[in-house]
Design a protein around this ligand. Structure first.
Ligand code: FAD
Length: 417
């Protein structure tokens, strides 16, 4: 068995490590000339971290990320709606990590380099097309100028090439562009004074206007960790975004600043935090409808290529890692490629499709929307707006559907909120 992996993001690189671990040959083809630490903060959930821990990566994650201690939901005035412990503090065997996306990718990338060898990763190789036949699949790669660079032959081809996946487009040529829900997400990170436990994540506000703040790593000074922020605001009706979705598109102060006064949270001066950040990025909230199938003969999809979802509920990278585990297990089982890819899809497609749909309603953060709908100007007593059991039902409903409810059910500190 030899696998051709398209894309050197978290999904593609984790797949390479897992296949290597199971004695399956693979090569990764990444269009970027260099794997650079792009993006800002993401959270990776315990069930995905467990997979990385099993690959021996926990010490390296600890060196660059923060073990998330708690998650707090508030309305946009900073009034607390829900609070719960996370990761080890919630009773899991492994932590949840708040981490820079580029650093997470780099931890996995360095492991691929040292375990599989440099010769197994081909940067500057953009997939242009592929074709499959009875005995294998052939992929054609090009450089940034469009010149042919290489041709690869394998038993299976795994499209881990992100939200603008060429593999997906080839399988579904009439699908069209990703769907915008009318919200813009601005994201940035800067060293900032520690707040609360130093490992707390705060989400303030629902889908109309939301602020997210959490530390993602060490800063230049011990009491000023690198702190991630994100502002999500509904600015349109959806359809085609004002600028095409691109994770690396710089944001503009004049677009963001009018919205920063909408948030008041007691833990951080949000306006100062955002205004102090010299560069930040914008991303229109885009996803795609779940597909009926990912696997077509010897070709399948993984990660954002298979199930691009709104970045809420900490599931983008987490679900890509879980895909990698499921696919590697199926390929190891020695079944025919067709059957292995089909079985992988059976295991992963229904659950990820459900998460895509739940994220459209705000994911677990839907509890904030439910409270803001009933009490748009704030509240004196949260229990009079929505009871603890009602709030728990929304948050836990998401956690169990996304496959990480287990230990947290009886451990929540939300009752004290
Ligand atoms: C630059 C960047 C920054 C991001 N920043 C954030 C962030 O700040 N917050 C957040 O929540 N999520 C961010 N994401 C998305 C997040 O990484 C994913 O949701 C999640 O990690 C799943 O990853 P993936 O490997 O499926 O896809 P991705 O991380 O998108 O990786 C896909 C990879 O495939 C490569 N690729 C695409 N087309 C081809 C081709 N034709 N041939 C070869 N290679 C190809 C891309 O260059 C990329 O490296 C970012 C993604 C990228 C690419």
């Amino acid at each position: 068995m030899k696998a051709i992996i398209i894309g050197g993001g978290v999904g593609g690189l984790t797949t390479a490590l897992m296949l290597h671990n199971r004695g399956i040959d693979c090569e990764v083809y990444e269009q970027a000339d260099v794997v650079r630490e792009l993006g800002v903060g993401i959270n990776t959930l315990p069930h995905a971290i467990k997979e990385l821990a099993d690959l021996g990566l926990l010490p390296r994650l600890d060196a660059v990320g923060i073990r998330t201690h708690e998650l707090i939901y508030t309305n946009r005035f900073g009034q607390e709606i829900w609070r719960e412990p996370r990761g080890l503090d919630a009773g899991y065997d492994v932590p949840q990590f708040s981490i820079h996306r580029g650093k997470l990718q780099n931890v996995i990338y360095q492991a691929v380099r040292s375990r599989l060898g440099e010769s197994r990763i081909h940067t500057g190789h953009r997939l242009g097309s592929f074709a499959q036949d009875e005995s294998g699949v052939t992929a054609y790669f090009f450089d940034r100028n469009g010149s042919h660079r290489a041709t690869a032959r394998g038993d299976v081809l795994i499209g881990a090439d992100g939200i603008h996946s060429l593999v997906r487009e080839t399988l579904y040529p009439n699908e069209g562009s990703a769907r915008w829900n009318g919200s813009m997400l601005w994201r940035g990170a800067i060293d900032w004074p520690k707040f609360l436990t130093g490992r707390s994540m705060v989400i303030a506000g629902g889908m109309a206007a939301k602020l997210v703040v959490y530390p993602i790593g060490e800063g230049a000074h011990e009491d000023r960790p690198l702190t991630n922020w994100a502002v999500l605001v509904k600015i349109g009706e959806g359809g085609t975004p004002p600028r095409k979705e691109d994770w690396s598109r710089p944001g503009r102060f004049e677009d963001l600043m009018p919205h920063t006064q909408r948030f008041r949270i007691p833990y951080v001066d949000a306006k100062a935090l955002i205004e102090s950040t010299p560069e930040f990025w914008e991303y229109p909230m885009c996803d795609r409808d779940p597909l009926p199938r990912w696997s077509h003969g010897r070709v399948t999809l993984l990660g954002d290529a298979a199930h691009p979802m709104y970045p809420v509920g900490s599931n983008g990278a987490s679900q890509a890692i879980l895909d990698a585990r499921a696919l590697a297990d199926r390929l190891r089982d020695g079944e025919h490629a067709y059957h292995a890819l089909w079985a992988y899809e059976q295991e992963r497609l229904p659950m990820t499709a459900q998460i895509v749909r739940m994220n459209r309603k705000g994911g677990p953060e839907g509890v904030i929307d439910a409270v803001e709908e009933r009490a748009p100007d704030g509240f004196d007593n949260i229990d009079e707006v929505l009871s603890f059991e009602q709030r728990k039902a929304i948050v836990r409903g998401y956690a169990s559907s996304a496959g990480f409810a287990q230990a947290q059910v009886n451990k929540t500190a939300g009752k004290a909120a």
